[in-house]
Design a protein around this ligand. Structure first.
Ligand SMILES: [Mn+2]
Length: 334
């Protein structure tokens, strides 16, 4: 048996103030905690390989304390001896911030289209990958894939790792199908065991058929919710189990492991009032009804009421365990 842990879109650095303001719970640690949980699981479960599908950080220019904290955790993990393979995503502008820790022998970064080979439990595993292509993957994939695989020896297990939108992938209320930035299924190879990708934040598996083979496309999704669009989605990572039978390895199981997340919700204030006391009572009552560790997106589009929603008032009424942000008001144009 061979075990591969696959996660993506950790977005380290989201809501991670370098100089934290008092009385406001930020979400930065939530992202770091789930990132560490995945790596801890891989060590405990004795995974053979860990793959990251990109968007390691939340953007391309990352403050030094965030880079240091992220790489400290990764360095410690790499010391366990399990190889860690990553493709840079769009939030990294397809390049990860350089750090001396990235020179660790167990950390492998796809800075160009290529294939990394690993020998584990008598199996040779080929991980083919390339950094995120921001413009026109449909036109570029053919030559990128050729660059990454040309002259490769045959391997027992073949996996393709990337950070792209693939045809049939879904987010809330939308399925990616056509367009220059969507990778058509017909372009994907027939003889791979699985296509692994980051970028789409909803965890999902779908299949395509080619030359009589059913190939799974696997998105682990993000490890924390990055927006209210992901409010109802479970967050986690995949554990892929490969089994050997008569000298041939097959993907036998894809197990999704759910990571803990704080509840996320919208709170709409629709009452018209110019009396701060009324608003205070209303808000206090609403906030007492929801779980005290929630991440709350507060919305108010009534101008009179909204004027009363000062930063001081929100700070005063928000429980210390809660993260509350006030949504921008977008006025309709005539
Ligand atoms: Mn992402």
């Amino acid at each position: 048996m061979l075990k591969i842990v696959f996660f993506a879109d950790t977005h380290l650095g989201v809501d991670y103030p370098i100089k934290p303001k008092i009385n406001r719970r930020s979400r930065g640690d939530d992202f770091f905690n789930n990132y560490k949980r995945v790596l801890d699981y891989a060590v405990t479960a004795k995974a053979d390989l860990v793959l990251h599908g990109g968007d390691f950080f939340f953007r391309s220019k990352v403050p030094a304390p965030i880079v240091d904290r992220a790489y400290d955790v990764l360095y410690e993990f790499a010391e366990s001896g399990i190889p860690f393979v990553i493709v840079p995503g769009n939030h990294e502008h397809s390049v990860l911030p350089s750090s001396i820790f990235m020179n660790h022998k167990n950390i492998h970064v796809f800075d160009e289209p290529s294939t990394f080979f690993f020998e584990k439990k008598n199996a040779v595993i080929g991980i083919t990958g390339f950094p995120n292509i921001r413009d026109g993957i449909r036109l570029q994939f053919k030559h990128i894939f050729k660059d990454a695989t040309e002259g490769n020896p045959d391997t027992d297990i073949k996996l393709l790792l990337m950070h792209q939108a693939i045809q049939e992938s879904q987010i809330d209320g939308y399925t990616f199908r056509y367009g220059i930035d969507v990778l058509p299924l017909e372009m994907l190879p027939a003889d791979f065991d699985a296509i692994l990708s980051g970028h789409i934040h909803r965890a999902q598996i779908f299949h395509y058929e080619k030359n009589g083979n059913e190939v799974p496309v696997i998105y682990p999704g993000s490890t924390e919710r990055t927006s209210v669009v992901e409010m109802t989605e479970e967050k986690g990572f995949y554990e892929l189990i490969f089994e050997e039978e008569e000298c041939s390895w097959t993907l036998a199981e894809t197990n999704f492991h759910v990571l803990p997340t704080r509840p996320m919700m919208r709170l709409d204030i629709t009452k018209l009032t110019e009396d701060e006391k009324v608003l205070r009572n209303l808000l206090e009552a609403e906030l007492s009804k929801i779980e005290q560790n929630s991440v709350v997106r507060l919305r108010c589009e009534i101008p009179e009421t909204r004027k009363l929603l000062s930063a001081e008032l929100l700070r005063e009424l928000t429980p210390e365990t809660m993260t509350l942000t006030l949504a921008q008001v977008y006025r309709k144009r005539n």
